[in-house]
Design a protein around this ligand. Structure first.
Ligand SMILES: [Fe+2]
Ligand SMILES: [Fe+2]
Length: 365
């Protein structure tokens, strides 16, 4: 592998570490110092140029054909950040490189100034949906979520940058493919259910929030809340979670603890939007009281975001084949949602969901 591949690998690992431990972590500085050390051999004249041209990487003006996982992630990260070129000039310091990397690791546009680093932004063209391979985008995101969820353990930080990337991709996909039924994905296998379910709930929640006219920032937070609503299931015993039949009363009691487990886990993490924690705890509560966890709510509703997630959760859960029941067709789910409107679900949200759902499915049929 060339020095360029090693440089990009150091940068990518530093980006991941920034999201997991923050930029002050010694591992991040160490990687940036190592990447900085490699730069000496990479300058052409006095600059090192990286450019993204039609999905391929060009280094110092030449196509760069080496392949590695880090290179792939780096390309994706540049695209997500809408960066098309980075020019690093001789004289850059390891700390300047680290500050820049920390911004690349965070969501949102780069706003800092760097005396020796120049970057260019891609003009984003929103397409009409033609040519978007929704199925493979979703499949890729489900795999990504699997990777993030496998890292879930008590007191361990979550790969928030990975989750953010998934959410950005959902928002982008929904802006290009309006038929929600094409975007939500059926579970391929029983063991994939948790991941497809979480991605579908995130997509269905973003879909509702968009049609309610909420701000872009809320869309991101609700997407994250959707992805994490069932994270507590990672702390339910494997026998109960993976049981291919009806649960006994005792097993069901354990399963019903997943909202509490999820909220307790998310509460230990420093960079989780508070909506995600609240929705993890409240998504099985009913609009007019009841549901679980049982709390003594006197006329208090659950948070609006929990209510949105609850509608998405119901729709996706019924749409999927489970070992103990067959999937229900979307038309019948809409009927069931309407029947329980005002009791289990917020009637305004049900009305909005049904109206938006009918609009987009009718428009594309
Ligand atoms: Fe749940
Ligand atoms: Fe769920």
């Amino acid at each position: 592998m060339s020095e360029t591949t090693d440089f990009i690998a150091d940068i990518m690992i530093a980006i991941s570490n920034c999201t997991l431990y923050r930029k002050e972590h010694p591992a991040v500085l160490h990687l940036c110092q190592r990447a900085h050390g490699r730069l000496g051999a990479l300058y052409a004249e006095d600059t090192f140029n990286i450019a993204l041209l039609e999905d391929s990487l060009h280094v110092n003006g030449q196509p760069f054909s080496e392949k590695s996982l880090h290179l792939k992630s780096f390309l994706k990260r540049l695209k997500r950040k809408e960066i098309e070129k980075i020019i690093i000039s001789r004289g850059v310091t390891a700390v300047e490189l680290m500050e820049f990397i920390a911004e690349v690791a965070l969501p949102g546009r780069i706003s800092g100034t760097y005396p020796h680093i120049v970057w260019g932004i891609i003009e984003v063209k929103r397409g009409s949906g033609a040519g978007v391979d929704v199925a493979s985008v979703m499949e890729e995101n489900i795999e990504k979520l699997k990777g993030v969820f496998h890292g879930v353990a008590r007191f361990k930080r979550l790969d928030m940058a990975g989750l953010e990337e998934i959410v950005v991709s959902f928002i982008d996909t929904l802006s290009q493919e309006v038929n929600i039924l094409k975007v939500i994905t059926p579970a391929k296998s029983y063991s994939d259910y948790t991941y497809t379910h979480n991605t579908n709930v995130a997509v269905l929640s973003i879909f509702q929030t968009q049609s309610l006219g909420f701000s872009e920032e809320i869309l991101h937070d609700i997407g994250l809340a959707g992805l994490l609503h069932d994270v507590g299931k990672m702390f339910v015993s494997k026998e109960v979670l993976g049981k291919q039949g009806k649960l006994t009363d005792r097993e069901w009691e354990e399963m019903k603890k997943h909202p509490t487990y999820g909220a307790m886990y998310l509460a230990t993490l420093p960079d989780i939007p508070k909506y995600a924690l609240v929705a993890a705890y409240e998504h099985h509560m009913k609009f007019s009281g009841g549901g679980y966890p049982a709390t003594r709510r006197k006329g208090e509703r659950q948070h609006i975001i929990s209510q949105i997630i609850a509608v998405a959760d119901f729709f996706d859960a019924l749409r999927t084949d489970r070992p103990y029941r067959k999937s229900v067709d979307p038309f019948s789910i809409i009927g069931l949602l309407t029947e329980t409107s005002g009791k289990d679900f917020n009637p305004y949200l049900v009305e909005n969901f049904v109206r938006s759902y009918k609009q987009v499915t009718a428009a594309s049929s």
